[in-house]
Design a protein around this ligand. Structure first.
Ligand code: NAG
Ligand code: NAG
Ligand code: NAG
Length: 406
């Protein structure tokens, strides 16, 4: 930091001294409290669990002036975290002592760091009868997760399930047959059956994520099946598979935010295994995907992809990665995609959405900087809401280089 060389009035300097001292005093207090809590925690892990997670909320409080009683009130609330939460997140001694793989003699089960920022929701979520039935609280759980409490803490209860569960159809029939209504717990959704979901595009007003996706006789039927038209934003699966140098080398992959997993179903027909990430935004997306006979993965776009480096052959994502995601998060996300793709693997960025010159100034340079080879890159205007909005789409087929150049 640059300091001006002008001399300041004495009062000004004294004021600064005061600020310095008081902020140091606060730091000192926090340290003191923190170390006393660490001590407690050695003595009794059950009452002061989740210290690690909670500490930042103590330190990063914005108000500059706080006295000891205020701070201990706050400690009181953190200690008041639900007992089941503490039971799960407390460091647990490994029965056989030091484990060299873990480099520790205890294990600390993880939850999303922001969980404790929402104590009310967390308390409701973690309050249930141990060994009993979980409340039907899918909506609450998903809200908590989307706020950053991801992964959610585990619970010791049985999830709500249909009384008379109907088992899925066999493959390949299951891929294109609407499952039984009795395979879903409908509590969290506006619709209470599949016929309602299938007709909601025509019968219900307002926006819903993937509003027409449940209709397997509708648009889903023809997605990615071609024919490939040059200059079109809609690439076909066959066209994408033909883009790799070695035929048959695309076998496993991921579809990020894949709606009802029609991409995975189409790939399954080609003996390619695709895992589909999806939330349940006003629809039983995960249940539906599973009923079709492909794998749903219930993680948000914020979470690190649960795959090892250089492992997947293909990652696809349509309509999800777009300008609604904060640019820094998007930057991390693109690198994460790059990380899990194997060399020679394909990233199919399908209908990336943005406005006007955002593509040229922000997103194209961002995507280009990651290190992919451009196999296909098509930019088109999105005209469905009018030309004057200057909405744009990018569809791209990007390859992770076989030889690394970094
Ligand atoms: C739940 O079940 C386990 C295993 O039977 C038992 O040890 C525990 O005491 C039970 N907890 C409650 C609260 O019922
Ligand atoms: C599905 O739900 C709608 C209302 O959401 C209802 O009118 C209709 O009768 C239900 N259909 C079936 C087959 O249960
Ligand atoms: C998929 O695998 C099955 C069993 O190995 C085989 O019979 C079928 O021809 C394959 N389908 C395609 C499209 O490769």
């Amino acid at each position: 930091m640059e300091l001006p060389h002008k001399s300041r009035p004495l009062s000004f300097n004294i004021f600064f001294l005061f600020l310095l001292l008081s902020s140091n005093f606060l730091t000192f207090l926090t340290t003191l409290l923190y170390s006393s809590r660490t001590l407690n925690y050695e003595i009794d892990t059950t009452t002061t669990a989740a210290n690690n997670i909670v500490t930042p909320t103590v330190i990063h409080q914005p108000e500059p002036k706080r006295d000891v009683t205020e701070v201990s009130d706050e400690l009181q609330t953190t200690v008041n975290l639900p007992p089941e939460f503490r039971a799960y997140t407390s460091p647990q001694k490994l029965p056989f002592g030091l484990n060299t793989n873990f480099d520790s003699d205890k294990i600390i089960p993880p939850v999303g760091r922001p969980c404790t920022l929402f104590p009310d929701e967390l308390r409701r979520y973690m309050t249930y009868e141990v060994n009993g039935s979980c409340p039907a609280d899918e909506l609450l759980a998903q809200k908590l997760l989307l706020k950053g409490c991801e992964p959610l803490p585990r619970r010791r209860c049985r999830p709500a399930a249909q009384k008379e569960y109907v088992e899925p159809y066999p493959l390949p029939q299951s891929l294109w047959t609407t499952p039984s209504d009795s395979s879903v717990v409908w509590t969290a959704y506006t619709c209470k059956n599949y016929s309602c979901l299938i007709s909601r595009m025509r019968t219900q007003k307002g926006f819903d994520d993937c509003k027409d996706c449940f209709d397997l006789e509708g648009r889903e039927r023809t997605r990615w099946t071609g024919p490939s038209v040059s200059g079109s934003l809609d690439f076909s699966i066959d066209e994408a598979l033909a883009a790799v140098k070695k035929p048959g080398s695309i076998r496993i992959g991921l579809d990020i935010g894949g709606g009802v997993a029609t991409f995975a179903a189409r790939m399954r027909e080609r003996n390619i295994t695709i895992i589909t990430t999806s939330m349940n935004l006003n629809g039983p997306f995960n249940s539906f995907i599973a009923s079709r006979g492909v794998i749903p993965l219930y993680i948000s776009i914020s979470q690190r992809l649960p795959f090892f480096d250089n492992t997947l052959d293909i990652i696809h994502s349509m309509h999800v990665l777009s300008n609604w995601i904060p640019t820094t998060l998007l930057h991390f996300l693109f690198f994460d995609i790059y990380r899990v793709l194997r060399p020679g693997g394909l990233f199919w960025l399908d209908h990336f959405f943005c406005v006007g010159d955002q593509l040229e100034h922000v997103y194209a340079p961002l995507i280009e900087s990651i290190g992919f080879i451009k196999v296909k890159w098509v930019v088109g205007k999105k005209l469905d809401r009018g030309q004057e909005l200057r909405e744009m789409y990018l569809s791209a087929l990007l390859e992770k280089p076989l030889k690394n150049s970094w």
